[in-house]
Design a protein around this ligand. Structure first.
Ligand SMILES: [Zn+2]
Length: 285
């Protein structure tokens, strides 16, 4: 028996590799690009609005950053920020919904998954509702519905266009049918906006799914998406199981939807403001 061969000791308790310290030191400094898989200095990525300079992949940005990108001089007035969900069902999943909301409020500094804002885009007064993907998956509940409905009513009063930037996992299950009701409520408000002949531009970003896709995200006078965004109603696994077919490559991504007539354009993030400005010029003169 060779003296350096070691008997197997299956029950031997090896000390667990502790990555905590390493994680703490590097967390927040580097980020892996989902496109080219390269590790990028986070500050470089952020200074380019989370668009990878190497491959052009778009990573998610939060609602406030989005508004800074779209409004002139990053200036805007935040509206209805005080609205809070009353947890009408007293819903409890892995934890009570009320606790979940509190944790999310702390983490994001927002009361719910949206910033409704008024400001100027290339000198033109506009209302922009920007969804916050970090707040319970950017889910749409009673607050998001109310914020959008009020934004539309203000837009009608101010005679301005409405832009909604979606980033959402869909309706918020913790509010059950009340969250589903928002689909009808917002759709009705958008019809009023249409009757007033004011344009609505829907910007779909990664991800836009479920009840949001099934209502306002697809109701724009223009529906435009960021490159590579996941856009769909049900998830691909559910669809595959239902239709018993393999889904094609790139299914539910912006480019695929554009090719199949579900979108009007795919617009890179850094060109989005100029694109919207031009579209509003076309709509409103
Ligand atoms: Zn990249």
């Amino acid at each position: 028996m060779s003296w350096f061969k070691r008997d197997k000791q299956p029950d031997e308790k090896l000390p667990k590799l502790d990555n905590t310290a390493r994680k703490v030191r590097t967390e927040g400094l580097w980020q892996k690009c989902e496109g080219c898989k390269q590790i990028i200095w986070k500050k470089d990525l952020e200074s380019n609005w989370n668009v990878c300079a190497k491959c052009g992949a778009h990573s998610r940005i939060d609602a406030a950053t989005r508004l800074k990108l779209l409004f002139d001089n990053a200036e805007y007035e935040s509206l209805d920020a005080e609205l809070r969900s009353s947890d009408p069902l007293g819903f409890i999943d892995s934890k009570p919904y009320g606790q979940r909301l509190d944790a999310m409020r702390k983490a994001t500094g927002l009361n719910d998954a949206m910033i409704s804002a008024r400001g100027k885009l290339d000198g033109r007064p506009v209302h922009i509702c920007s969804m916050e993907p970090r707040f319970i998956g950017g889910s749409m509940g009673s607050v998001v519905g109310e914020q959008i409905a009020r934004a539309i009513e203000r837009a009608i009063a101010d005679r301005t266009p409405v832009i909604i930037v979606s980033a959402s996992g869909g309706a918020r299950m913790q509010e059950g049918a009340i969250s589903l009701m928002q689909m009808a409520k917002i759709s009705a408000a958008l019809m009023k906006l249409d009757q007033e002949r004011l344009p609505y531009i829907s910007v779909l970003t990664d991800p836009t799914t479920g009840g949001v896709t099934a209502s306002y995200a697809m109701l724009g006078d223009l529906n435009i998406a960021e490159p590579g965004a996941l856009i769909g109603f049900a998830g691909p696994r559910v669809i595959e199981q239902t239709i018993r077919q393999k889904l094609p490559e790139g299914f539910q991504r912006s480019e695929f939807l554009l090719k199949h007539g579900m979108l009007d354009a795919v617009v890179p993030r850094l060109e989005m403001k100029a694109y919207i400005s031009k579209a509003l010029q076309f709509f409103m003169g």
